[in-house]
Design a protein around this ligand. Structure first.
Ligand code: SF4
Length: 435
């Protein structure tokens, strides 16, 4: 039987991407395949990456280049979001592709007796990236047993590296023999047994104007409530301490089956337990619509973390984003949640540098520090197939200026601000370019 190696990386979305890769890992293991820790021992190399922005896209291209160039005799499959998110990738003739919407291809290629659609995973595994970036596993997983593990590299991403394109891979004009692999000892390690991951729904019920995920994701597909409850009961029985709901938007639960988020939460709330729930992503619209029907004890006793994807504090920009909620109402709900339980870690996300965003609109984002324990600042990334692609952009200088302000605010407010997508080297570069 063929041997398989899985590489999986996303510098912004590790947990989500690792969750998807773990499903593929389990599918292969349950169908009798041998997963090898080192690519050189594999017949197939499976690559899964989530190119969140232009910088990440370059990292993904560098990784693709590395595997194509180093392992010319292997069959290489790119799966997950990259086949649809990287414009023109399918022109690379030596690769096979399986996008999210065509996972049944795994059944066809690997002839399993167990179909990939019947695979459920509860604990995610690590997939170690290439030595292009340092990885602190502490940052990426929750309370992992080996939480102090840090993989370090001296590799400097150069301007030449950032010039890599699909064409330069195809015609061989990009050349690099300095990229290396980390030792693979840690590949496929499991997250702590305390953490139990579940999906309640796939995709989301929205159509945000800037969103490239929508292209690779589905309209909401909610899982049956009985399956979700029995998964959580199973988590209770094995002593898990954290239930991590890894959905793209848990708030969208039920909209395709005439149920809603409040129904889901109140059902979960009936389960006797002594562990906590973490919401990976919660789009505010359904939170606002459902909040008054969710029992306050749920927030008081059962939630430890919620990442509420506010995206902006400007009602004008929100409309341009094709999102629809009252920002003040969302912030009032956040205040109430904190009143119910001050120890809930409330996290938010804003996208700065959104097309037409003024400096005043940008500066207003810092008032979120009053409401949230931490706010991720993500720089707007232009993606070709999104509705915002043709809108008027912030200039490069404006983006640099705003980036510098975020870094300075980070120095002042520490953990309350997370410029999440920048590697340490990117931060240095931004600082250097501003002085
Ligand atoms: S809610 Fe999130 S995943 Fe859904 S369209 Fe909006 S940004 Fe994309």
């Amino acid at each position: 039987m063929s041997t398989i190696f899985i590489w999986s990386a996303s510098w912004a979305e590790h947990s989500q991407v690792w969750f998807q890769s773990t499903i593929v890992y389990e599918f292969l293991i349950q169908n009798g395949y041998k997963l090898v820790k080192n690519a050189k021992d594999a017949d197939y190399i499976l690559l899964n990456a989530y190119p969140f922005d232009n910088y990440e896209e370059k990292l993904v291209l560098l990784s693709l280049y590395y595997y194509l160039n180093t392992y010319k005799d292997k069959k290489i499959i790119v799966f997950g979001s990259a086949p649809n998110m990287i414009y023109g990738i399918k022109r690379i003739p030596w690769l096979m592709y399986i996008s999210y919407s065509e996972y049944e291809k795994f059944d066809t290629i690997f002839h399993g007796t167990i179909s990939i659609k019947d695979i459920h995973v509860w604990r995610i595994r690590f997939f170690i990236p290439l030595k292009l970036e340092e990885v602190s596993l502490w940052d990426l997983l929750h309370n992992a047993l080996w939480s102090n593990l840090k993989l370090e590299t001296n590799y400097e991403i150069s301007e030449y590296d950032l010039s890599i394109t699909i064409d330069s891979i195809i015609d061989g004009t990009y050349q690099n023999n300095t990229i290396e692999e980390y030792p693979w000892d840690y590949n496929y390690m499991e997250d702590s047994i305390d953490n139990f991951y579940i999906e309640t729904t796939r995709g989301c019920g929205f159509d945000c104007s800037y969103c490239a995920i929508k292209r690779v994701s589905w309209y909401t597909k909610s899982f049956p409530i009985d399956d979700i409850i029995s998964d959580i009961q199973h988590a209770v029985s094995i002593g898990a301490k954290n239930i991590i709901i890894i959905d793209e938007d848990v708030g969208s639960y039920g909209i395709d089956i005439w149920l809603d988020f409040a129904f889901l939460i109140n059902k979960i709330n009936e389960i006797p337990w002594d562990f906590h729930i973490k919401f990976y992503y919660l789009e505010p619209k359904h939170l606002v619509e459902n909040f008054h029907r969710i029992a306050p004890e749920f927030w008081e006793n059962k939630v430890s973390y919620a990442r509420i994807t506010l995206q902006t504090t400007s009602q004008r920009i929100l409309t341009l984003m094709n999102r629809n909620y009252d920002i003040t109402e969302v912030l009032n709900i956040c205040k109430k949640i904190k009143m119910y339980n001050t120890s809930i870690l409330l996290w938010s996300i804003v996208i700065y540098g959104f097309p037409t965003e003024t400096y005043d609109e940008f500066s207003d984002y810092f008032r979120l520090l009053k409401y949230f324990d931490c706010t991720d600042f993500l720089c707007y990334a232009d993606k070709k197939w999104t509705k915002t692609y043709n809108m008027q952009k912030n200039s490069h200088e404006e983006i640099l200026r705003k980036s510098l302000v975020i870094l300075k605010m980070k120095q002042k407010f520490g953990d309350k601000i997370d410029p999440v997508i920048w590697s340490p080297r990117e931060r240095k570069k931004i600082l250097a370019s501003c002085y």
